[in-house]
Design a protein around this ligand. Structure first.
Ligand SMILES: CC(C)(COP(=O)(O)OP(=O)(O)OC[C@H]1O[C@@H](n2cnc3c(N)ncnc32)[C@H](O)[C@@H]1OP(=O)(O)O)[C@@H](O)C(=O)NCCC(=O)NCCS
Length: 172
């Protein structure tokens, strides 16, 4: 698994740059309305069995555009993360994290998550929660390496019949 060379990453508030496989810089930024078709495409590519319907992503965007970070090479999106904070500002849920299959294993999922955690710490959010399929080893490894721990038991039928999930939490 090769990570992006560190010199290709320059952290700035709200923006970060990486090289994609064609050596084009990838920018991490808040989603814009014009991203919606690409966002839907990436979501369908990453979650082919259960993508969000277009209208759901549209409404997430309408409600939480600044909580929707995308990886953009200027032409194509290569991933995104969506996180939403409860109205008491105590808990934030990472609702979706996606990196395109051809971009995986290069540190992009970790960068998206680190930016989410950085923003939430700065806002004073106290804990981050997320759900993950119990068989999703890559995601579970990523979350554990960031300090998330899971409940002892898998939540059976969490998202409906047959849709068991592990709930993971990180105290900030
Ligand atoms: C999970 C996902 C976002 C990880 O993105 P990524 O850019 O490939 O991850 P990174 O390169 O940043 O890797 C970060 C860590 O994740 C873990 N990881 C990533 N791929 C892995 C794999 N194939 N097997 C085991 N662990 C893996 C490792 O702990 C890795 O750290 P390391 O590089 O120090 O070993 C990506 O695989 C993905 O989009 N999967 C499909 C959608 C999904 O499952 N989303 C999460 C839903 S809860």
């Amino acid at each position: 698994m090769t990570a992006c060379p560190e010199e290709r990453f320059s952290g700035r508030t709200g923006q970060a740059y990486y090289a994609d496989r064609a050596d084009r810089p990838l920018t991490m930024r808040a989603a814009e309305e014009s991203d919606l078709p690409e966002l839907v495409r990436v979501d369908r590519e990453v979650f082919p069995e259960e993508p969000y319907p277009y209208f759901v992503l549209r409404q997430f965007f309408d409600l939480h555009a600044d909580r929707l970070l995308v990886l953009d090479d200027g032409d194509t999106l290569h991933g995104y993360v969506l996180f939403v904070t409860t109205s008491d500002h105590y808990t934030s849920w990472v609702m979706s994290l996606a990196v395109s299959p051809d971009q995986r294993g290069r540190g992009l999922g970790r960068r998206l998550m680190l930016e989410v955690l950085r923003r939430l710490r700065a806002e004073g959010v106290r804990e981050v929660r997320l759900t993950v399929e119990p068989t999703n080893a890559a995601a579970i490894m990523l979350y554990r390496s960031l300090g998330f721990s899971s409940e002892d038991q898998v939540r059976k039928d969490y998202f409906g019949e047959g849709e068991d999930r592990l709930v993971m939490t990180l105290a900030l």
